[in-house]
Design a protein around this ligand. Structure first.
Ligand code: PGA
Length: 256
């Protein structure tokens, strides 16, 4: 199976940006610009913006995602949101294990796994983030780490559920820094992720999984990145806050 049969996914990760009113305005601006895209278009937004985002995206090709999900169904977990709650609000995707959550909020490979299982069991599509720090890269651990994080995140995930899994390879040193991985580094990292999936689920299943690149992907570099055989779209931070830039990336993935 080749890249041509995998569907590219361009997902915006808004992080802690935009009020509900700003959400409505930005999605209304984006809708005509991404209409007819030949890739899946997703916007992952803060919890408080979900209702506005779902409403604004109605009737368009934009799908809405959340930026995190808790692994318990309900209970005494102040400040958390369950997978069923997200589904009930019209959410279809969720970002799990973003490096900012790993770095600032104590996310571990184990909690990433628990959150992934909860999301998949609820029927959500999980965008699971993996990636090495600069220090790990310089020590030569990139392949080992990416394979370990991928396998840990997918522990207990069935082959059937794998169809709802997207992995985003996001080198930590490239996120929000303006330093993008070269297209060859992105392709290699995504290849390590795919190899890990192949080791766990077989070659054929691995070939069908969408593996995104993320980290300072923008309107200028998207075309080259998505042209690589292992890069099936991207997880976009800063550039997903501007309709014009985001639509250029969607166009690049449509043609990639
Ligand atoms: P960035 O963020 O595009 O702003 O680097 C990517 C991400 O964190 O998903």
């Amino acid at each position: 199976m080749k890249k041509s049969v995998r569907r590219a996914v361009i997902a915006g990760n808004w992080k802690m940006n935009n009020t509900p009113a700003q959400t409505t305005a930005l999605i209304n601006e984006m809708k005509p610009l991404v209409a007819g895209a030949d890739c899946d278009v997703v916007l992952c937004v803060p919890f408080v913006d979900i209702a506005a985002a779902v409403e604004a995206a109605k009737g368009s090709n934009i799908k809405i995602g959340a930026e995190n999900v808790h692994f318990k169904a309900s209970g005494a977990y102040t400040g958390e949101v369950s997978a069923d709650m997200l589904v009930a609000c019209g959410v279809e995707y969720v970002v799990i294990g973003h490096s900012e959550r790993r770095q600032y909020f104590g996310e571990t490979d184990q909690t990433v796994n628990l959150r992934s299982l909860a999301a998949l069991n609820a029927g959500l599509k999980a965008i699971i983030c993996v990636g090495e720090t600069l220090e790990q890269r310089e020590l030569g651990y990139t392949e080992t780490l990416l394979k370990y994080q991928t396998k840990m995140a997918l522990t207990g995930v069935t082959k059937e559920q794998l169809k709802n899994v997207i992995i985003a390879y996001e080198p930590v040193w490239a996120i929000g820094t303006g330093v993008t991985a070269t297209a060859d580094q992105a392709d290699e990292g995504n290849g390590f992720v795919r190899a890990a999936i192949a080791e766990a689920y077989g070659e054929e299943a691995a070939e069908a999984v969408t593996v995104q690149y993320g980290g300072s992907m923008n309107a200028k570099n998207a075309e080259e990145l998505v042209s690589k055989v292992n890069v099936d779209g991207g997880l976009i931070g800063g550039a997903s806050l501007k309709a014009a830039d985001f639509s250029v990336i969607v166009k690049a993935a449509s043609e990639g």
